[in-house]
Ligand binder design. Structure first.
Ligand code: NAD
Ligand code: DAU
Length: 370
C-alpha cells in the first residue's frame, strides 16, 4: 500500500510553481525539493510582503533549475504567462497572509490575498490546464496543492478527539475564515472542473526561516534581546507542533501519491501548552546561548491580555497520511526545538534586519510597552 515518492510511475522532471516560496514554509519546501529532486524545475512566485524574504532562498539563486519571480498571485496576466512559458504541471500554493493577530488588527489583506488571490490562481490554472496538451503525463504528474491549516476546524476542548478530515469547518478568526473560504473554492474546482487539487491541513509549524512575529521565533529572539516574552491569557492554550522539515516531507509524498480531489491532515503528534513550550525554549537558551542579557531566561516571561477569540486547543489526527501514504512525523518537540533554537542563535544576520521598519511598528501596536 505504501510506497516512496521515487516510484517509477511518477518520477521524471516536474515543473513546479511555488507561490509564497520566500515565506517560512515555502522556502523550507523549496530547499527540500531542490535537494531531493535536483532535475526538477522550480519557479517561485512571491510578492515579498513583510513576510517574504529572498535571503531565505539565497543559496539557490543562480541555479539552473531555479527561478524567482517577484509578483502577486492576484496578477492574472503574470500567472497566465508564467504557467504557459514555464510549462508548469505542479502548483504548490503557500502564498497567504498567515498571522492570526494581524488578521484581527486588519483583515482586509487576508480577504484579498487568501480568498481573491487563491481564486485568481485557480482561474489561471483552470484555463491553462484545460488547454494544455500534456496527455502523455501520468495523472499524478498534475497537481494543484493548496496549503491550508488546521484552524479551519475551529477549537477543541481538552478532551475532544483530534481534528479529522471529516471534522466540520468552524473557523473563528478572520485569518482562518479566509483560509476556509479558499479551501471551499479549491474543492469546488475539483468537483466542477476536475482540476487535480489536493488540500492539506497542517498544524503549527516551527523551524528555520520563520518570521519573528510567531510564538517560537518571537520567544527565541526576545530572549536574545533581553525583552519580555509575551504569553497570552493563562498560557494554557494547546498547539500541535510540527517540525517544518517533517511537513515538507509530507507535502512531497502528497504531490507524488495523494489522491486528487482529497484533503489530508498533517500533524506533529506534539501537543504542548504554550507556557510549557516557552519554558522549554527558555531552558534551551540558558543551556546553548553564551551571552544572554537576562539569565535565567524564564524571568522574561510576562502574561499579557489574551488574543480576541483565541482558539483553546488544536490537535491533528493524521492517520490518513500514515495509513494511505506511509508518512509519519519523525521529529519530537525537544529535538525540533533544540534545532530551531540553534538556528536562531546561528542566524542573527537573517533575523536582526527584520526587526526594524514595518515589524517594529506592528510590534508597538500589538504589544505596546512589552
Ligand atoms: P509566511 O507568512 O511566512 O509566508 C507567506 C509568503 O507568501 C511570504 O513570502 C509572502 O511574501 C507571500 N505572499 C503573501 N501575499 C502574497 C501575494 N498576494 N502574492 C504572492 N505572494 C504573497 O507564511 P507561512 O507560515 O510560510 O505559511 C505558508 C502557508 O501555510 C500559508 O498558506 C498558511 O496559511 C499555511 N499554514 C501555515 C502554518 C504555520 O504554522 N506557519 C500552519 C498551517 C498552515
Ligand atoms: O495551527 C496552524 C496555524 O498556526 C497557522 O494556520 C497560522 O498561519 C500560524 O500563524 C499558526 O497560528 P497560531 O496563532 O497558532 O500561531 P502563533 O505562533 O501566532 O501563536 C501560537 C500560540 O501562542 C497561540 O496560542 C497564541 C500564543 N501566543 C502567540 C504570540 C505571537 C502568545 O501567547 N504570545 C505571542 O506573542
Amino acid at each position: 500500500m505504501t510506497s516512496t515518492p521515487s516510484s517509477p510511475q511518477v518520477r521524471g522532471p516536474r515543473r513546479l510553481l511555488v507561490t509564497g516560496g520566500a515565506g517560512f514554509i515555502g522556502s523550507n519546501f523549496v530547499h527540500h525539493w531542490a535537494k531531493t529532486y535536483p532535475q526538477d524545475r522550480i519557479v517561485v512566485l512571491d510578492a515579498l510582503t513583510y513576510a517574504g524574504n529572498r535571503k531565505s532562498l539565497a543559496d539557490l539563486e543562480g541555479s539552473e533549475n531555479f527561478r524567482f519571480v517577484e509578483g502577486n498571485i492576484g496578477d492574472r496576466p503574470l500567472l497566465d504567462e508564467l504557467l504557459a512559458t514555464e510549462a508548469i504541471n505542479t502548483v504548490a500554493h503557500f502564498a497567504a497572509e498567515s498571522h492570526v493577530d494581524r488578521s484581527i488588527l486588519a483583515p482586509d489583506a487576508f480577504i484579498q490575498t487568501n480568498i481573491v488571490g487563491t481564486f485568481t490562481l485557480l482561474e489561471a490554472f483552470r484555463h491553462y490546464w484545460q488547454q494544455a496538451d500534456f496527455s502523455e503525463l501520468p495523472p499524478k504528474k498534475w497537481a494543484f496543492l493548496h496549503i491550508s491549516t488546521d484552524e479551519v476546524y475551529g477549537s477543541l476542548g481538552d478532551h475532544d478527539p483530534a481534528f479529522a478530515e471529516t471534522t466540520p469547518y468552524a473557523p473563528n478568526s478572520p485569518y482562518s475564515a479566509s483560509k476556509a473560504a479558499s479551501d471551499h473554492l479549491v474543492r469546488a474546482y475539483y468537483h466542477t472542473y476536475g482540476i487535480p487539487i489536493l488540500i492539506s491541513h497542517c498544524s503549527n509549524n516551527y523551524g528555520p526561516y520563520q518570521f519573528p512575529e510567531k510564538l517560537i521565533p518571537l520567544t527565541c529572539i526576545n530572549i536574545l534581546m533581553g525583552k519580555p516574552i509575551p504569553v497570552y491569557g493563562d498560557g494554557k492554550h494547546i498547539r500541535d507542533w510540527l517540525y517544518v522539515r517533517d511537513h515538507c516531507r509530507a507535502l512531497d509524498v502528497l504531490i507524488h501519491k495523494g489522491n486528487r480531489g482529497q484533503r489530508y491532515n498533517i500533524g506533529g503528534n506534539n501537543e504542548v501548552r504554550n507556557i510549557e513550550l516557552v519554558h522549554i525554549i527558555c531552558q534551551l537558551m540558558d543551556d546553548l546561548a553564551v551571552d544572554l542579557p537576562t539569565r535565567p531566561a524564564r524571568d522574561l516571561i510576562t502574561y499579557v491580555d489574551d488574543r480576541l477569540g483565541h482558539d483553546r486547543r488544536y490537535a491533528i489526527n493524521a492517520r490518513k497520511m500514515s495509513i494511505h501514504l506511509g508518512w509519519n512525523p519523525s521529529t519530537g518537540i525537544e529535538e525540533g526545538l533544540r534545532e530551531t533554537v540553534r538556528w536562531y542563535l546561528d542566524h542573527r544576520d537573517w533575523w536582526e534586519p527584520l526587526l526594524t521598519g514595518e515589524y517594529h511598528q506592528f510590534y508597538q501596536k500589538m504589544y505596546g510597552v512589552v
